[in-house]
Design a protein around this ligand. Structure first.
Ligand SMILES: [Zn+2]
Length: 438
């Protein structure tokens, strides 16, 4: 089975358009939330369970616990379950991100009860077999090796995001720092499971052939109704902002380009400023286009090989951050990279984005979402991301209209609001030898 970490969560901001989604939801007494979207075009259903816990909830010096638990929970009773899935032509997968662990299955709709049963067992408790635990540790270290230690892009990405939030030591790593993964024990995973795998910390998202809502409700009650709610302590999400500028330098033999990332606090919280948050995403989408003015500026005035990208990391803590990353493979001179970044940002504040570019992006997204909407897996993942960011259903349903109505003046105002303050962290990556373990 393939697994993946959700890079996309940080990288892309997609929007959908046209018709509203017909989302509905109900809650069990123990707090389990069930969100449904009817799409009766084919007799299949996507069942996705989203736990509101991820690598930001890893205990200090135990980075990678959430992701490791995802692996072990995925393996839990997997032989029997995967035989069933194979026999009905279904697919399954799992992922861990900064703030969520997710398991999903896409099955013929007549088999949804088996999925309910399997997922409720996974929430209740998991057995950890020592041999499987060790084998999985090897698999995770290999995953780390492949995705980060041997990949220039992965290494750069991990280093740049590690310090986006005020977390020590070593910063956040979803897959985990090598030495910390090696030290993890089965009990660490059980501790994480017993704290966070609770009905009141989970959302089930069912998309597809779900015309019989009474049946969905009775299955939810039958399999999850007797699980008890837990007291949830969300301390990591309340951790404060660093009070002074934090600067980090990494040197690595693996990376091939000088990179610099500046992190800025977003001076508003996305959950309370839905429109503004969408406006910021849209503005970033324009700036990240291959022909955006800021990319052309870099190419023409500086170096062809340079790249600049904007990331919006929303809601992982009680505050949001944005990151601007610049990299250049044609030089090892980090001072040059920072000089051009400063010029680009200054220009961004003065000129901003243009209406024409905004209109093009709106059109592109409209087309892209028209394709996406037909794919149950894509739509599940898209809505799951929005749910894990804390958006309400009515907000998710209104994204299309808000998105189309956002003006270029709003985009530029929000860009100025975010980038007129000083950055709070600066991460620099230099292609030399470096040890990414804290
Ligand atoms: Zn993995």
């Amino acid at each position: 089975m393939k697994r993946f970490l959700l890079f996309a969560l940080l990288i892309s901001s997609v929007f959908h358009s046209n018709a509203r989604y017909d989302l509905s939801e109900f809650k069990l007494k123990n707090g389990l939330r069930v969100v449904c979207l009817k799409k009766n075009t084919v007799p299949i259903v996507s069942f996705l369970i989203l736990y509101n816990c991820g690598s930001v909830h890893d205990a200090i010096s135990k980075s990678g616990v959430a992701h490791y638990l995802e692996h072990m929970a995925f393996e839990f009773n997997h032989g029997e379950f995967s035989t069933f899935l194979e026999s009905v032509g279904a697919e399954t997968n799992a992922y861990t991100s900064l703030r969520s662990i997710c398991f999903y299955e896409i099955v013929p709709s007549e088999h949804i009860e088996t999925v309910f049963e399997h997922e409720s067992n996974r929430m209740r408790a998991i057995d950890i077999d020592e041999n499987v635990f060790l084998a999985e540790k090897g698999a995770i270290l290999e995953e780390r090796n492949m995705r980060y230690d041997s990949s220039p892009e992965g290494a750069a990405y991990e280093a740049l995001t590690a310090n986006a939030f005020n977390r020590s030591p070593g910063g956040i790593s979803t897959i985990g720092w090598r030495s910390e993964i090696e030290a993890l024990q089965p009990q660490d995973l059980q501790d994480f499971h017993s704290i966070w795998f609770a009905p009141n910390n989970a959302t089930i998202l069912i998309i597809g052939d779900v015309s019989d809502m009474a049946k969905i409700k009775s299955l939810a009650e039958k399999y999850f109704g007797n699980l008890e709610a837990k007291q949830l302590h969300r301390k990591p999400e309340e951790s404060g902002r660093p009070s002074c500028l934090k600067e980090v330098i990494y040197t690595s033999p693996k990376v091939s380009a000088v990179s610099v990332a500046y992190t800025y606090y977003v001076p508003f919280v996305h959950k309370e400023n839905f429109r503004k948050s969408l406006t910021l995403k849209l503005a970033f989408y324009v700036l990240n286009q291959p022909d955006s003015f800021i990319k052309k500026l870099l190419e023409h005035n500086w170096k062809k090989a340079a790249s600049i990208n904007f990331f919006y990391l929303e809601g992982y803590y009680s505050y949001d951050v944005v990151e601007v990353c610049i990299s250049d493979s044609s030089t090892n001179n980090i001072a040059d990279a920072e000089k051009i970044l400063a010029q680009a940002m200054k220009r961004l504040l003065i000129v901003g984005i243009e209406k024409n570019s905004l209109d093009i992006v709106k059109k592109q997204n409209e087309l892209m979402m028209a394709y996406k909407k037909d794919d149950i897996g894509e739509i599940s993942e898209y809505i799951a991301r929005l749910l894990s960011s804390g958006y309400q259903l009515k907000e998710i349903q209104s994204i299309d209209e808000i998105f189309q109505s956002i003006t270029v003046a709003e985009c530029n105002a929000v860009l100025r609001e975010v980038f007129s303050k000083s950055p709070v962290t600066i991460s620099r990556i230099i292609p030399k030898e470096y040890d990414r373990d804290p």
